[in-house]
Design a protein around this ligand. Structure first.
Ligand code: FES
Length: 361
């Protein structure tokens, strides 16, 4: 399985005060492999001091922009190995190892639609939300969009120039509303983070948004995503299909190394696990209470795809062909995918004596 391809970093640009914009070039022969949908992300593999590090970054482009480059924004994290590499060591012309685009954070657009899209983005959560909002506006000339974007202050706002240009280009159809957590605003409604309480106020102010008819794209801190998604679905009765979210990390309460009660409760089963990878079959024994299927496959040095190992990116996705699993966390697969037998192998443990999973999907 050729998971990674070498792509040249053709543009490295400082973006706001704590981020860098990196564009990788897609050569003609890889155009098909790197065809992407709005809201998808790229996995990067970087060797740092002899250790392999993998990180996912969302694509900021929209497919309709038809660029030869794919751009991601990398925010500098205190002590972050990969973000420090991107900020301090990456140089123009360097080849990066990148997996083809992945991810489900998107919906289908149609030129006859007359819809309202609402982006709720915080910090670097802007990238996949922006990609979706742009694609909606390019593909649906009768639709409009509101982008609520929160950050510390104006100097931290990512893609400000592009957002300004988009507001002009899409004239009456795009409204970008900035919110600041550490900058005063003459109108207090624009101070603070995106929260349930804040949305209550904003929906009153922007009453033209038909709350239950709109489609929402939410990305930012995990707890914000969880609370806001639940609020829209449960209190505002927005159909679940119209509330799309993208996690970068699991919500705090679920970001734990300790075994969940549900995992403790599964039966102790010895399983023969078979994985189909690039049309080849690999088998190993695994006890249901031991490591995840992905971890075991990596110990066996099998060429399985992965990135976050936390149930958020869906890089390790496979489909069950036979048997059953217990899946600890899932912040990436849709309900429909789960019903069709897709699983996140980094979160899975076999619960039947025989299990067969297919990565070639
Ligand atoms: S590796 Fe990211 S969800 Fe499994």
């Amino acid at each position: 399985m050729n998971l990674f391809y070498k792509l040249k970093a053709v543009k490295i640009q400082k973006e706001a005060c704590d981020a860098v914009n990196v564009a990788v070039e897609i050569p003609t022969e890889l155009k098909d492999k790197f065809r992407f949908k709005q809201g998808q992300y790229l996995n990067f593999r970087i060797m740092i001091n002899g250790n392999e590090e993998r990180r996912s970054y969302s694509i900021c482009n929209a497919p309709s922009e038809k660029s030869d480059h794919l751009e991601v924004v990398v925010k500098r994290l205190e002590g972050g190995k990969v973000s420090t590499y991107f900020h301090q060591h990456l140089h123009q012309g360097e080849c990066l190892e990148v997996m083809p685009p992945m991810g489900n954070f998107n919906t289908i657009y149609h030129p006859t639609n007359t819809k309202t899209y609402v982006g709720l983005a915080a910090g670097s959560g802007l990238s996949p939300v922006l990609s979706n909002i742009k694609e909606a506006l390019y593909q649906e000339p009768h639709s409009k969009a509101y982008l609520f974007y929160s950050n510390r202050s104006m100097e931290y706002i990512l893609k400000k120039k592009e957002l300004d240009q988009l507001e002009v280009y899409f004239k009456e159809r795009l409204k970008v509303i900035y919110m600041f957590s550490r900058q005063r605003h003459e109108d207090p409604i624009f101070e603070g983070r995106i929260s349930v309480e804040k949305l209550e106020q904003l929906f009153k102010r922007y009453s033209e948004i038909g709350i239950s008819d709109a489609t929402y794209f939410i990305c930012g801190p995990s707890d914000m995503i969880k609370l806001v998604s639940n609020y829209l679905k449960n209190e505002k009765k927005v159909p679940a299909i119209q509330v799309l979210s993208e996690y970068f990390l699991p919500p705090d309460a679920e970001n734990t190394e300790t075994m969940s009660e549900a995992f403790k409760a599964i039966a102790n089963v010895e399983s023969m696990v078979t994985l189909i990878i690039d049309d080849d079959e690999y088998s190993f024994h695994l006890n249901s209470k031991k490591e995840s299927i992905l971890d075991k496959a990596l110990q066996e040095k099998l060429p399985v795809p992965f990135a976050c190992k936390g149930g958020v990116c869906c890089t390790c996705k496979a489909q069950i062909m036979e048997g059953e699993v217990f899946m600890e966390k899932n912040f990436a697969l849709t309900e429909e995918e789960v019903q069709r037998g897709y699983v996140l192998t980094c979160q899975c443990h076999p619960t039947t004596n025989v299990l067969m999973l297919n990565y070639d999907i």
